[in-house]
Design a binder for this molecule. Structure first.
Ligand SMILES: C[S@@+](CC[C@H](N)C(=O)[O-])C[C@H]1O[C@@H](n2cnc3c(N)ncnc32)[C@H](O)[C@@H]1O
Length: 291
């Protein structure tokens, strides 16, 4: 049965994410014997790097043995995100100049993994490898790489810019609130939520206007918008904060217009009335104009 297979994919992904997260065990065991800063030293020293690489190789071998074909593809992605989350957690817990980068790694890994897991829960029929949103678009990948480049260049040239703890903390708050709003929207919309904007109305598709949809017409986009800007505030990246704000604002303005044309076709007057009552939630974006 398709449904039970998809639920299995969700379960496999969760176990693999936790397996990846187990990367925290090695430095944590070592930290029991000394100060927590050792954990970071351990990650940067050659023996630590070797131990972590070996750990990753062993868990990857385990996944190869346990999972076959498409399930392995799910498991290896979830495990990779678990490893990133685990390494981010280790770096976050240490008092070094890399602490904020650790927060960023956790934010990024959690976002991508939870997109898959929540899709498995709310709409297993639409679940695919794309639900991780790892290959969202070339622009998305370029944006991520640019932020790593900016962080590194500025860390080398203006190290003090990367130590504004209050600013990184504000960014972390934006990330957490954006993430919570997006996942609340997905859970509220349930099977009506799809990563791919639908152009044909499914028989079961109903208009959702309750919960977070009573406050914003596009709560998941609002959450994603503030989450993405928040990741750059965490890194204290001035150029990418501005770039992400402009790029994601333009992206969501176009996407909302496109989506609302379909929603008006699907729900006619019901959507027009909802649109009249509830704002999009994004600054200076009002959605498709209706004459
Ligand atoms: C990626 S989801 C985004 C949903 C919404 N724009 C948001 O930001 O929460 C896109 C899918 O959700 C559907 N959708 C958007 N708003 C909806 C609503 N209020 N009720 C039901 N389906 C909706 C669209 O038809 C589309 O297929």
């Amino acid at each position: 049965m398709a449904g039970s297979k998809l639920v299995l994919e969700g379960t496999v992904s969760l176990k693999s994410f936790i397996l990846g997260l187990s990367v925290v065990i090695i430095p944590l065991v070592r930290s029991c014997f000394g100060h927590l800063d050792w954990v970071f030293d351990y990650l940067t020293e050659t023996p630590g790097k070797i131990a972590i690489c070996l750990h990753i190789a062993v868990i990857n071998g385990l996944l190869l043995l346990i999972c076959r074909g498409p399930l392995y593809k799910v498991a290896v992605r979830a495990c990779f995100l678990g490893v990133i989350f685990g390494c981010g957690l280790i770096i976050s817990c240490t008092e070094t100049t890399w602490t904020h980068f650790g927060w960023y790694m956790c934010s990024l890994a959690f976002f991508h993994y939870s997109e898959y897991l929540v899709t498995a829960i709310i709409n297993p029929h639409s679940l695919s490898l794309d639900s991780f949103l790892l290959n969202h678009s070339v622009e998305y990948t370029l944006a991520a790489v640019s932020s790593w480049v900016e962080f590194t260049v500025e860390k080398l040239t203006f190290p003090e810019l990367k130590q504004l703890r209050w600013l990184s903390f504000m960014g972390l708050l934006m990330v957490l609130c954006g993430e919570a709003l997006r996942k609340a929207a997905m859970l509220t919309a349930g099977s009506n939520f799809n990563h791919i904007v639908q152009n044909e109305k499914a028989y079961s598709h109903v208009l959702v206007t309750s919960g977070v949809y009573a406050f914003f017409r596009h709560p998941s986009y609002v959450g994603w918008f503030y989450w993405s800007i928040g990741t750059q505030v965490v890194l204290c990246n001035p150029v990418c904060t501005l770039g992400y704000t402009i790029a994601s604002w333009r992206f969501f303005r176009e996407r909302i217009e496109e989506e609302e044309i379909s929603l008006i076709n699907f729900f006619a007057e019901e959507y027009v009335e909802y649109k009249r009552r509830v704002p999009t939630g994004l600054p200076f974006i009002s959605g498709i104009r209706i004459n």
